[in-house]
Design a protein around this ligand. Structure first.
Ligand SMILES: Nc1nc2c(ncn2[C@@H]2O[C@H](COP(=O)(O)OP(=O)(O)OP(=O)(O)O)[C@@H](O)[C@H]2O)c(=O)[nH]1
Ligand SMILES: [Mg+2]
Length: 429
């Protein structure tokens, strides 16, 4: 779509050390050839292979994307020196983990296409961005067809169903053993939550999610022998909803056939988060910005050419196409919004700034507002201490709200944009 994209240099960036990163992971899923790797490259500025045929990606790609939030430094009236994140004119970009996996075809859960293997690559994902081809120009296996001739709504359903079936396949094998152990009648029967957790280990699922999923199905948690095959499927559907929530990135929105399809998807899936996207346009803008040809912060609704004499005709043409086919129509490329929504809406993330000197909002080296951490709504001051360092959590005394100077206790529920100093008995390093 954007032929001039190759005139913008691609760059590979050194990955940050993993301990710099937030622990949550979002998986990028979808059938083949919809633009998952393009989305991943745009979000991470890495350069994994992209091509116009199915199964370009086979092994998963891991990288850092960013969430974009308004930084608190302006409100606090200070100039910041971020360490774990970046701040551009008051916009904080906080690193998050993304994984791009192989395409999924109908029957994948029972081995079709690349089968189960790549589903295993999604084990650790906490949320999923489902990239669809909103232009309707690829069939359900990712082969090119006439634009507008394939209905991506059917893809949304089959991809979800394959993931549910994969989850179910992890339980099917030992189901009768599991149910018997729960209903054994012994003095210490195994709880269903514990038995299932064992089978779903490493899957970013906890006992509370299992309990909630059973509750939502209305099935009996202490009588799993009464569950039939379709009950188990329904339970896995609920478990997926709770433990790996999905948003839809309606990609290729720059195409002429996409507008009607996206309107229909938004109507039919009004309960879901659906974001029009043009991953290729975002990739182009980020590369151009990195080459200092335009000023553009990921997620901006527009860009500005820095020096017209420095861009080639091919680059100008490509930027014009992004302007007319994406920004003028959709007011953004959607990629940044999708990453933000995965972390802040689906995973209910909030941003908190831990500091060591609450009077200067700084760390011990004097960096002001050095770190921005993504926490979950409902997390406490003590959870934050554990996130910064296990020792700090174990020796937690209290925290100080840097805005008010007041002490808060271990159970204090964090608010978005809190700036907190943790006080502990841990020895200073
Ligand atoms: N028009 C348009 N094409 C796009 C966009 N994003 C990606 N594409 C094209 O879609 C094709 C497939 O892109 P990939 O990123 O390789 O897709 P994928 O989903 O990772 O494919 P597999 O790895 O094979 O599953 C390429 O020709 C991309 O250039 C977009 O925003 N608009
Ligand atoms: Mg790919």
């Amino acid at each position: 779509m954007f032929p001039g994209i190759i005139s913008f240099p691609a760059r590979n960036f050194a990955e940050r050390k993993s301990d710099d990163l937030q622990r949550m992971i979002t998986g990028i899923i979808g059938k083949p050839n919809v633009g998952k790797s393009t989305f991943f490259n745009a979000a991470t500025l890495l350069n994994v292979p992209v091509a116009n045929y199915p199964f370009t990606t086979i092994t998963p790609n891991m990288g850092n994307g960013y969430i974009r939030v308004r930084c608190v430094h302006e409100e606090l009236g200070v100039k910041d020196n971020p360490v774990n994140s970046t701040c551009i004119d008051g916009t904080r970009l906080i690193p998050v983990r993304l994984v791009d996996v192989a395409g999924l075809v109908p029957g994948a859960s029972s081995g079709r296409g690349l089968g189960n293997k790549f589903l295993d690559d999604l084990r650790q994902a906490d949320a999923l961005i489902h990239v669809i081809d909103a232009s309707g120009s690829t069939d359900e296996e990712g082969r090119l067809v006439k634009p507008g001739s394939h209905d991506p709504i059917s893809d949304i359903e089959f991809v979800r169903k394959e993931i549910v079936l994969w989850l179910k396949s992890l339980l099917d094998k030992d189901w009768s053993k599991i149910t018997r152990s729960v209903e054994s009648g012994s003095a210490n029967p195994v709880k269903l939550q514990a038995a299932l957790l064992d089978k779903l280990s490493g899957l970013s699922v906890d006992e509370a999610s299992i309990e909630l999923a059973v509750h939502k199905t209305g099935l009996k948690i202490d009588k799993p022998t009464s569950w039939n095959d379709s009950d188990l499927f329904t339970f896995c559907e609920k478990l997926l909803e709770i433990s790996k929530p999905i948003l839809i990135a309606s990609n290729k929105c720059d195409q002429a056939t996409s507008k009607d399809i996206i309107t229909r998807i938004s109507d039919e899936l009004s309960g879901s988060v659906v974001i029009p996207c043009a991953a290729e346009a975002e990739l182009l803008l980020r590369r151009a910005s990195h080459a200092n040809l335009i000023s553009y912060v990921p997620g901006d609704q527009n860009f500005k050419v820095i020096d017209k004499s420095k861009i080639t005709q091919a680059q100008k043409n490509a930027l014009d196409l992004v302007q007319t086919h994406v920004l003028d129509v959709w007011h953004g490329t959607g990629v940044q919004q999708a990453v933000n929504d995965a972390y802040l809406r689906l995973l209910k993330g909030i941003v908190v700034y831990p500091v060591e000197d609450e009077t200067k909002f700084s760390d011990k080296k004097g960096n002001i507002l050095p770190d921005a951490r993504i926490m979950h709504q409902g997390d406490t001051a003590k959870d934050l201490a554990f996130k910064v360092h296990t020792d700090l959590g174990n020796t937690f005394l209290y925290a100080i709200d840097a805005r008010t100077g007041l002490r808060v206790g271990a159970d204090y529920v964090l608010k978005n944009n809190d700036v907190l100093k943790i006080v502990s008995t841990a020895k200073k390093g």
